[in-house]
Write a protein that binds this ligand. Structure first.
Ligand SMILES: Cc1cc2nc3c(=O)[nH]c(=O)nc-3n(C[C@H](O)[C@H](O)[C@H](O)COP(=O)(O)OP(=O)(O)OC[C@H]3O[C@@H](n4cnc5c(N)ncnc54)[C@H](O)[C@@H]3O)c2cc1C
Length: 473
């Protein structure tokens, strides 16, 4: 029987384990998690009646993977779409919050960009052709829609998704669909028109839902997804069991002399176990440490993938006091372009995004701070961090009331940064892995940081893992 070890029970490790079990319920599978609970970045705490997410507060429903996983583990009735008002998003610019325009008319009326900045966006179909380099997101945006839109709109989007620096991150690695749109259609407007035509046809024939996707969670928060998948994986999951070493070449399947040697001894603090296939789903820096003893080249490529630390400051307020200052929190929240000289990356108005995230009459806001351009702030003490956040909420939201509840969460390894050269690094990793049959790398360090991306690759990895067991790979 094929012996499979998955290291890490974040959403990536759990969804791969689930996909393997679905395909072959009899397989000998263990999921080893270093922490005392599964979930990794996905963690929900209920404190003083506030539902506080440590990391993600949802996933978009325009990709099928996470919704399908939720369905498979019996969570259909727990799926919680965000409120309609959460479509309204704001950007802080020149001293006030501007609503991010959702239509061409709203865009023309918006004060987010200068008239020249708006005109430059309209010039997009005539932008220079793509140069033969791995462009950064900023280079791409500046070339296509101009410097002002790149600095205001794209910069804040990159802060919101990657806590990253648009001048360092690779467009192709971070937004492969956008890169492909330019390759296929020669420009973004043309690609959008083509997509709109396709969608209109699909809506007519299939009745498809919202094209841009709706942020979606679960009634009791994102931990329901983790609990549901962990329960489906069942006895295979071992928490408080970090993989601390890996030794290659122990598989009974090593009989295939035409293939590279396979199999690994997996070392944990209390025991060792042999496996035909091992999937490492922790951060790439962790994987680098495990493979270094037998492949220092692979280790150094893995170690080159950086991460950006990030802190989340959750604050609860009396909703009435808040309304007096800013008006109701009537949207998703806001982002701050780095050129505004504000340290917070943005704020999520959680109790406006989803029902029941705060007690009756209260409001919950989560503020993100840190990221690639301000990593040190994650290490300042709680009092100072909260003081910075409160000062900047005053500047951005005119929020003067004191919170009645505060929770500071630090993600020291935060979010992986797919910097220039990331796609080439992935190709190099794939080549180097060919010498280690049965070794797989998965999770947010490689091909997408969203929950949807982590879940989307689970099926393919499960198929490949099982092919190793059958001696086909
Ligand atoms: C603050 C924040 C907000 C976010 N918001 C969103 C959002 O709204 N929507 C969205 O789609 N995404 C969001 N993300 C991104 C998303 O949460 C992550 O990319 C995703 O959860 C990563 O899952 P993973 O399984 O790859 O990694 P992780 O969640 O990091 O899990 C890896 C697991 O492996 C374990 N591990 C590591 N090394 C070992 C080892 N040697 N042995 C055993 N176990 C090991 C770790 O303990 C951990 O549990 C956010 C991330 C952060 C930090």
């Amino acid at each position: 029987m094929t012996r499979i070890v998955i290291a890490g029970a974040g959403i990536a490790g759990l969804s791969i384990a689930h996909a393997i079990r679905e395909r072959d319920p009899a397989v000998d599978l263990v999921v080893l998690e270093g922490a005392d609970r599964p979930g990794g970045n996905v963690r929900t705490e209920v404190l003083d009646g506030y539902t506080c997410e440590w990391g993600p507060d949802g996933f978009l429903d325009n990709a099928p993977d996470t919704l399908r996983l939720a369905h498979d583990v019996g969570l259909d009735s727990r799926v919680l779409p965000s409120n309609d008002s959460a479509r309204r998003r704001f950007i802080f610019r020149a001293g006030r919050l501007h609503e991010a325009p959702l239509s061409p008319v709203a865009f023309l009326r918006s004060g987010l960009l200068s008239p020249l900045g708006k005109a430059r966006i309209a010039w997009e179909p005539f932008a220079r052709r793509r140069p033969e380099i791995d462009e950064t997101i900023h280079e791409f945006a500046e070339r296509r829609i101009g410097r002002e839109a790149a600095t205001i709109m794209i910069d804040s989007m990159v802060s919101g998704i990657f806590a990253g620096d648009a001048r360092a991150l690779s467009l192709r690695a971070c937004f492969p669909k956008m890169w492909q749109m330019e390759s296929d259609h020669g420009g973004l407007f043309r690609a959008m028109l083509a997509t709109r035509r396709r969608r209109a046809a699909a809506v007519r024939t299939e009745g498809m839902g919202q094209p841009a996707g709706r942020l979606t969670s679960f009634t009791a928060g994102m931990r329901e997804l983790i609990d549901g998948v962990a329960a489906a994986v069942g006895g295979a999951l071992r928490v408080s069991t970090p993989v601390i070493g890996l030794r290659p070449g122990t598989s009974a399947l090593a009989f295939r002399s035409d293939l590279a040697p396979s199999g690994f001894t997996v070392i944990t603090p209390r025991r060792t176990r042999d496996a035909d296939a091992v999937v490492l789903t922790g951060p790439s820096s962790d994987a680098a440490g495990l493979v270094r003893p037998f492949d220092s080249t692979l280790a150094s490529v893995l170690a080159d993938i950086e991460t950006a630390p990030l802190a989340v400051v959750a604050m609860g307020f009396e909703a009435a006091g808040l309304a007096a200052d800013r008006g109701p929190l009537d949207g998703f929240g806001f982002l701050v372009p780095r050129c505004e000289g504000i340290r917070i990356l943005g704020a999520l108005w959680e109790s406006s995004i989803y029902a029941d995230r705060a007690p009756e009459g209260k409001a919950l806001i989560r503020v993100m701070i840190g990221g690639a351009r301000d990593p040190g702030v994650v290490d300042v003490d709680d009092d100072e961090l909260v003081a910075i956040v409160r000062r900047e909420l005053r500047q951005t939201m005119r929020l003067n009331v004191a919170p009645e509840f505060v929770r500071v969460i630090r993600h020291r390894r935060g979010i992986p940064q797919y910097t220039r050269g990331h796609v080439a690094r992935l190709q190099r990793i794939d080549t180097l892995l060919q010498a280690h049959r049965g070794l797989f790398l998965a999770g947010n360090s490689y091909r997408g940081v969203s929950i949807n991306s982590c879940v989307a690759e689970a099926g393919q990895i499960a198929d490949n893992v099982l092919r190793v067991g059958r001696g086909e790979m």
